[in-house]
Design a protein around this ligand. Structure first.
Ligand code: HEC
Ligand code: HEC
Ligand code: HEC
Ligand code: HEC
Ligand code: HEC
Length: 250
């Protein structure tokens, strides 16, 4: 904190601006010699402290801001794959083992949030299976201490946009249409842009995506007559997605 001496000029504390204007007022009778032209002006001595003390921290703050802006989930896009605290694989559990999505994401059909399973759900099996696995150590620790596993959120719409899972699943939109082939992902990556235009593309033509309600968690779903089936289902379940602003901005 002892910056005093560097800022002292002739026993007085003066700011850079003040000091420079003092210099401008210097009598200019003598034309400057070459030597004077090439010498650094006295205020230059204060440049390093200025850089270190002011510009340095400012630049650091800007870098933090930019990183924050571009890497926080809100502003990330397709392909976003944060590192998770446990090497949990959807490909193994939902793909190879064929566990239904709703076994773990119990909230999806009940309300706005699909939810991430509590440690208890993992321990239903891992009490018996792979009990010595190092990869499962954080799960056993969480179970022993009661501290939830801190899964990192992947998908996020801004707070000013209203989204709920249950209405979509009731209408017969599959997880796959919005999250892609989760059963093939070792690590979950964002599959769709989640932008307003993406929501609206489907809301205008939902028949392209609708499937029977008992097929919503099926992965790799495809029928040859999708548009026709979609139109029938749209009629049958009176599906009518909002296009007006207040439908999603409430
Ligand atoms: C055995 C439990 C389990 C099953 C079964 C399961 N998941 Fe998950 N899911 C998790 C866990 C744990 C996470 C959080 C860690 C992660 O993102 O990998 C998660 C994360 C997700 C995410 C990302 C959530 C976010 O933060 O945005 C999506 C999307 C998802 N699951 C969809 C599915 C779908 C679709 C299925 C069925 C094909 C499925 N899951 C089956 C446990 C499960
Ligand atoms: C329905 C039973 C079941 C549930 C529920 C389940 N798992 Fe598994 N898990 C398995 C099986 C089976 C394996 C494969 C064991 C093998 O390869 O021998 C496995 C393997 C794993 C592995 C790899 C272990 C290793 O050493 O390679 C991890 C990590 C894992 N599970 C994490 C989780 C997490 C986290 C949850 C909860 C979100 C969970 N599991 C829920 C059955 C389950
Ligand atoms: C119509 C598109 C759509 C469908 C269908 C859909 N999701 Fe999502 N999902 C989203 C969006 C958008 C988000 C981000 C929501 C938010 O920020 O509130 C999300 C977030 C999630 C999350 C993490 C946050 C949360 O809500 O807990 C999980 C887990 C998830 N979805 C799983 C599923 C599963 C499992 C299914 C099928 C049973 C499914 N989703 C069907 C669009 C969809
Ligand atoms: C793949 C198709 C699809 C996508 C993508 C999709 N929706 Fe929908 N959405 C639907 C369908 C179908 C309905 C109609 C539900 C009904 O009429 O019962 C709906 C209904 C809604 C509703 C009204 C629910 C209610 O209870 O009235 C809201 C709000 C909504 N969607 C928001 C969103 C937002 C926000 C996004 C983007 C983040 C989105 N949707 C993406 C298909 C989709
Ligand atoms: C189907 C749902 C839906 C409808 C209908 C909808 N919006 Fe949006 N809107 C969203 C979502 C989701 C976002 C967030 C987009 C993102 O994160 O990129 C958004 C973002 C916005 C933004 C922020 C700027 C941007 O593009 O990110 C504005 C402004 C906006 N909407 C205005 C409107 C107006 C005006 C209408 C009516 C003409 C409307 N919205 C209708 C879902 C919707």
């Amino acid at each position: 904190m002892n910056r005093g001496p560097r800022l002292r000029v002739g026993g007085e504390r003066v700011g850079v601006a003040e000091r420079m204007s003092n210099e401008e007022q210097k009598p200019t009778d003598d034309p400057p010699s070459n030597e004077e032209v090439w010498s650094f002006p006295p205020w230059y001595n204060r440049v390093p402290p200025l850089v270190l003390g002011v510009i340095g921290p400012l630049a650091t703050l800007m870098v933090i801001g930019v990183v924050w802006y571009y890497f926080s989930p809100k502003y990330t896009d397709v392909g976003y794959t944060p590192v998770q605290p446990v090497a949990y694989s959807h490909k193994l559990h939902a793909g190879d083992l064929g566990i239904d999505c709703r076994y773990c994401h119990v909230g999806a059909e009940r309300g706005p949030h699909a939810g991430v399973p509590p440690t208890q759900t993992c321990m239903n099996c891992h009490h018996q299976i792979r009990t010595a696995s190092a990869k499962l150590l954080p799960v056993r620790e969480s179970w022993a201490t009661g501290q939830p596993i801190e899964w990192v959120r992947v998908h996020k719409t801004p707070d000013y946009a209203y989204f709920q899972h249950d209405a979509h699943l009731r209408a017969g939109v599959g997880c796959e249409s919005c999250h892609g082939r989760i059963d093939q992902m070792v690590e979950v990556a964002q599959d769709q842009p989640l932008q307003m235009s993406w929501c609206l593309d489907c809301h205008r033509n939902p028949e392209k995506f609708l499937r029977p309600r008992d097929q919503i968690t099926v992965m790799g779903y495809s029928v040859p007559n999708q548009e026709q089936l979609g139109r029938e289902l749209k009629e049958k379940h009176a599906v009518n997605p909002p296009l007006h602003c207040s439908g999603c901005h409430r």
